[in-house]
Write a protein that binds this ligand. Structure first.
Ligand code: GUN
Length: 282
């Protein structure tokens, strides 16, 4: 079977266009503040692309590039100031934070109504019980892709590889809420390869190039590759051995051009949602 390519880039462009149109009807532009601490080069790239996305969607945006030596108090003071700002609807603190800053404490300090990453325990709780205000960006983006391509998780066996707070856990929850039968695999799962091979929908979010080989894919499965790795030659790639997987899958996401652009589009959608809530627009 030659798999259909799930075009995340095209779908993300469509979502951003619709976000821009909706943002244009609001009394005030949605505003996003992005906070970057330290000089992680990958994070710098992400932050720059978020600024571009904000411009595309007609949002107001602010960027805070703080040195790695930033103290706990300085960061918490900045978050408190942003929490109180009328023109800022969303606050994103880029992860990972440098050593010495407590990620949990920092995420807890963000006003849940401005938590466009959906990382605050309040929003994680809402997501867990199935009443989320914001969609976690990467897993939410995956669900949008499935919807766009007419793939309904209901009654399907969904296997998620990786249990991070950012992707694996919320991904499992969204698939569960969509009535999938979910198996969440992690580093201590002894039979991960066999479980993956039983999946109707396989989502890999581990971060290891070459992890998912053809023997881990059921004929006709939907394969979603969330990872962003560099292979030996320095080329961007996911967890999935793309060519051999595409020969067995029914649908597959490329890397790059798959889930990545969808994560960014969902951030814009969440910022719009926050702006609508703050401006009393349904
Ligand atoms: N680091 C890697 N992915 C993300 C993300 O989606 N949001 C934030 N804040 N940091 C990240």
């Amino acid at each position: 079977m030659a798999a259909v390519l799930i075009d995340g880039k095209a779908l993300a462009a469509q979502i951003k266009q619709s976000v821009r149109a909706d943002a244009g009807t609001l009394p005030r532009k949605p505003g996003l503040a992005v906070v970057l601490v330290g000089d992680n080069p990958a994070s710098r790239v992400y932050v720059t692309s978020k600024r571009k996305d904000c411009e595309e969607c007609g949002f107001y945006s602010e960027e805070y590039a703080l040195p790695a030596e930033t103290t706990r108090k300085q960061l918490l003071d900045l978050i408190a100031e942003l929490n109180g700002r009328e023109d800022i609807d969303g606050i994103l603190v880029q992860l990972p934070l440098p050593k010495g800053l407590d990620e949990r404490e920092v995420l807890l300090a963000i006003d849940p109504a401005k938590d466009v990453d959906c990382f605050h325990p309040y929003n994680v709780g809402q997501l867990t019980i199935g009443t989320p205000v914001f969609q976690p960006c990467t897993p939410g983006g995956v669900m949008e892709m499935l919807k766009e391509y007419g793939i309904d998780p209901a009654g399907k066996r969904c296997v998620v590889l990786g249990r991070s707070n950012i992707v694996g856990k919320p991904m499992a929850l969204l698939l569960l809420h969509a009535n999938g039968t979910v198996v969440l695999c992690h580093s201590k799962t002894p039979d991960m390869r066999e479980l993956a091979a039983s999946a109707d929908i396989l989502v890999s979010a581990v971060g290891r190039a070459g992890l998912v080989t053809a023997d881990m894919i059921k004929e006709g499965a939907v394969v979603i590759d969330v990872a962003m790795n560099r292979n030996g030659a320095g080329k961007l790639c996911g967890d999935v051995c793309f060519e051999e997987a595409a020969a067995k899958a029914s649908y597959i996401t490329p890397v790059p051009g798959g889930v990545g652009p969808m994560t960014r589009a969902m951030l814009m959608k969440n910022t719009l949602t926050a702006a609508m809530l703050h401006q009393g627009v349904k």
